[in-house]
Structures are given as C-alpha cells and as structure tokens.
Write a protein that binds this ligand. Structure first.
Ligand SMILES: [Zn+2]
Ligand SMILES: [Zn+2]
Length: 246
C-alpha cells in the first residue's frame, strides 16, 4: 500500500517542536505528494494549542507564501480541533473552519471544556472511569455522543485517534462518519492503535486516513505502523483517503 499524503502534523504554532517549513521539507524529502499542517486548536490545555483561531489563518497565509518553494507538494492548511462540549461544539468557529483546507477533530482529555457541565463529563467523568467500572459505561456513551454530534454539526474531514485515552463506541461513530463522508484516523503514533477498532469501523463502510500525528519534522510521513495495520486487515487502497489507488 502506498500512502501519498500525511494529513496530521503539528508545528511549533501549537506544541510541536519544529517549524512549518521543517514539516514541508520533511514531507518533500519523504516523497509525499501532499502534507497538512494541523496544529492543536486553542482550547488545548496548558498552552499546548494555537493561541487563538486567527493563528490558523496566519499559518495558512504563511503556507501559501511558502508553496512556490515546493512544486509538486500539495500543502494544506488545517487544524486538529477539540471537541469541547457534550453537544459536539469545537474550539474553532465554523467561519474559520470554512477557510481551512482540511479539518481534523478529536477528543482530548486535556482541554478547556465549554461549560462546567462539559468539564464534569470530559475531564471528571473520564478520569473517574479509569478507576470505577460503573462510570465507564456512561463515560463511553457520552464520549460517543459528543463526537457524533461534532461530526453531524461541522464539516470534519478526519476524526483523529478515535478511542485514544477516551473510550468510545466505534461502531456507532463509524456508521455516522460513513454517512457524512468523514474519515476515521488510523493513527501511526499512538501505541493504543488496535486492529479491533479498524475491523469494527471498516464493517460500517467508513473510510480511513493514516496519519503520523508528527510533533517533529523527523516524524512527518512516519506512517508505517498505520500501513501495517491496514494491510494486516486486508483494507483496500480505496478505503483509505490518502492511499494511492492503482
Ligand atoms: Zn499534540
Ligand atoms: Zn490529537
């Protein structure tokens, strides 16, 4: 399987450790045909996201200015937005999302939730669920609901690392994503990645994106772990949005 694009990379604009120029150079060196800069949305806690959503448009301007140096490389300005409420609100406005080339969104445990109630679910309930079996089922239902609402309400191209740290019902999410044309990520960076998640999701007819989740230029295009899972499960290239279809 040949993957021609890495749609999930971070830079120093959020908590990545390389410049966007570094990511573009790495993508070119790797022979990728497309790369996206998808820094963390502003609600990421501890200053690990972009300072505000306007920064995403600044990154886009810089990418457009750098593009002539990279002929043959499609450069996409994007974001990895955070789901910040039970109702699927994101930490980037639809107005800004509409100006980006690609929108990734994911559930992260360390974010500034929209309201106290949302924080009680996202942070409190999920923390408790690691220790209390009784809470686990409820957390899973609410996590799934929030992600599904986000996919229904916003134009999301890829849901990142579904199930990482926060438990979800893969089947339910995948069936909605299949209808909406939203891809689920096979994340090549996090060790949690299970074949079971991909198998269950694929049965719902959803498509996948293999992403590096690179936080340094050296990891841009590092997709082997994701490709291995896709191949082990016998996925076809047309089931993966960034695979070359022969
Ligand atoms: Zn990160
Ligand atoms: Zn993420």
């Amino acid at each position: 399987m040949k993957i021609y694009a890495d749609y999930h990379t971070h830079s120093e604009y959020s908590h990545g450790r390389g410049s966007i120029l570094g990511n573009l150079r790495a993508a070119q060196r790797r022979g990728l045909k497309a790369v996206a800069i998808t820094d963390h949305g502003p609600a990421t806690a501890f200053g690990m996201g972009v300072p505000d959503e306007k920064t995403l448009l600044k990154i886009k301007d810089r990418l457009r200015a750098l593009a002539p140096q990279f002929p043959g490389l499609r450069i996409l300005a994007g974001v990895e937005a955070n789901v910040v409420s039970l109702d699927g609100d994101l930490d980037v406005s639809d107005e800004v999302l509409g100006q980006l080339d690609i929108v990734l969104a994911g559930l992260h445990p360390s974010v500034y939730a929209r309201t106290i109630r949302d924080a009680a679910w996202l942070i409190g309930l999920n923390a408790l669920s690691r220790h209390l079996k009784e809470v686990r089922r409820l957390a899973r239902i609410l996590n799934t609901r929030a992600l599904i609402r986000a996919v229904e309400r916003h134009r999301i191209d890829i849901v990142t690392h579904p199930g990482w740290k926060l438990s979800i019902d893969t089947r339910a999410l995948a069936s909605v994503c299949a209808l909406r044309g939203t891809a689920l990520e096979i994340n090549a960076a996090h060790g949690y990645l299970t074949r079971e998640f991909v198998r269950v999701a694929a049965a719902e007819g959803v498509r996948f994106a293999i992403g590096s989740d690179a936080h340094t230029p050296a990891r841009v295009g590092n997709l082997e772990a994701g490709v291995a899972v896709a191949e082990q499960l016998g996925l076809r290239p047309d089931q993966i949005i960034n695979a070359e279809v022969p």
